[in-house]
Design a protein around this ligand. Structure first.
Ligand code: PEP
Length: 250
């Protein structure tokens, strides 16, 4: 049985005051069946770690460097994140692929660095609207999966997030059936890369305009094990409702 995971991606939002308010709003969560994590901007990570201590909410980053250490001005290494107390790192988010030209090879190097440092990576894959309309959605996500995961030492700590680019921050959501079909495809592709046993236990998150009113039907799908939530994770009330919708299941 895979434990659902609901993770908030706060992107480049927040001030010390608003982050404090948001974290206060997540206090007293009672959702033992669901794992909950938040990924603030780098500068708010220590604040989030302090506020989440003892709450059961874990903390991650939205990216990390491919390099272990050295002359990489402006970069943050994976081991710096584990040293702080982070558990997670989001890698290959479509906004990184789009605005920072991140290639599958670079994402693979970041993933290796994250695993070496003891972080649990959440690898994002997803097709654009044009790619879906051209009938290429499966081949695109399969190539992204292979490009990041092939040749990695171990995939046991890796979570996959299927985030169709056309659904991120747009208010459009993949229908539960569309999302389930892609998740089933991804699990099969993962089995080809890492074996049936690992694929059966890997958590596959859906991301793309998840909201309180669409979360439950997404979470009912057998291969959807939680969500990576952007906009709605910035509102404590909405995020709490999404967490409640994730479990317990079945
Ligand atoms: C995201 O950025 O990972 C995301 C899913 O955003 P949103 O929920 O706002 O679509």
């Amino acid at each position: 049985m895979r434990r659902p995971l609901v993770m908030g991606n706060w992107k480049m939002h927040g001030t010390t005051a608003s982050v404090s308010e948001l974290l206060d709003g997540l206090g007293g969560l009672d959702a033992p069946a669901t794992e909950v994590a938040v990924c603030p901007s780098y500068v708010h990570i220590p604040q989030a770690l302090a506020a989440c201590h003892g709450t059961g909410i874990s903390v991650g980053a939205q990216d990390c460097s491919h390099a272990r250490e050295g002359a990489y001005t402006g970069e943050i290494s994976a081991s710096m994140l584990t040293d702080l107390g982070c558990q997670w790192v989001i890698l290959g988010h479509s906004e990184r692929r789009q605005y920072h030209d991140e290639s599958d090879a670079l994402i693979a190097a970041k993933l290796a660095a994250a695993l070496d440092a003891g972080l649990s990576p959440v690898l994002c894959v997803g097709e654009t609207r044009d790619e879906r309309e051209a009938g290429d959605a499966e081949s695109v996500v399969a190539a992204q999966l292979r490009g990041a995961l092939e040749g990695q030492k171990s995939l046991a700590q890796v979570t996959i997030a299927y985030e169709p680019v056309w659904a991120i921050g747009t208010g459009l959501t993949a229908s539960p059936a569309q999302a389930q079909a892609m998740h089933a495809f991804l699990r099969q592709a993962l089995a080809g890369l890492a074996g049936e046993a690992l694929a059966a236990q890997a958590r596959l998150l859906y991301g793309g305009s998840v909201k309180p009113d669409n979360a439950a039907e997404l979470f009912e799908q057998p291969d959807i094990d939680g969500a990576l939530v952007g906009g709605a994770s910035l509102k404590a009330g909405d995020f709490r409702q999404i967490i409640q919708a994730a479990g317990p299941r079945g």
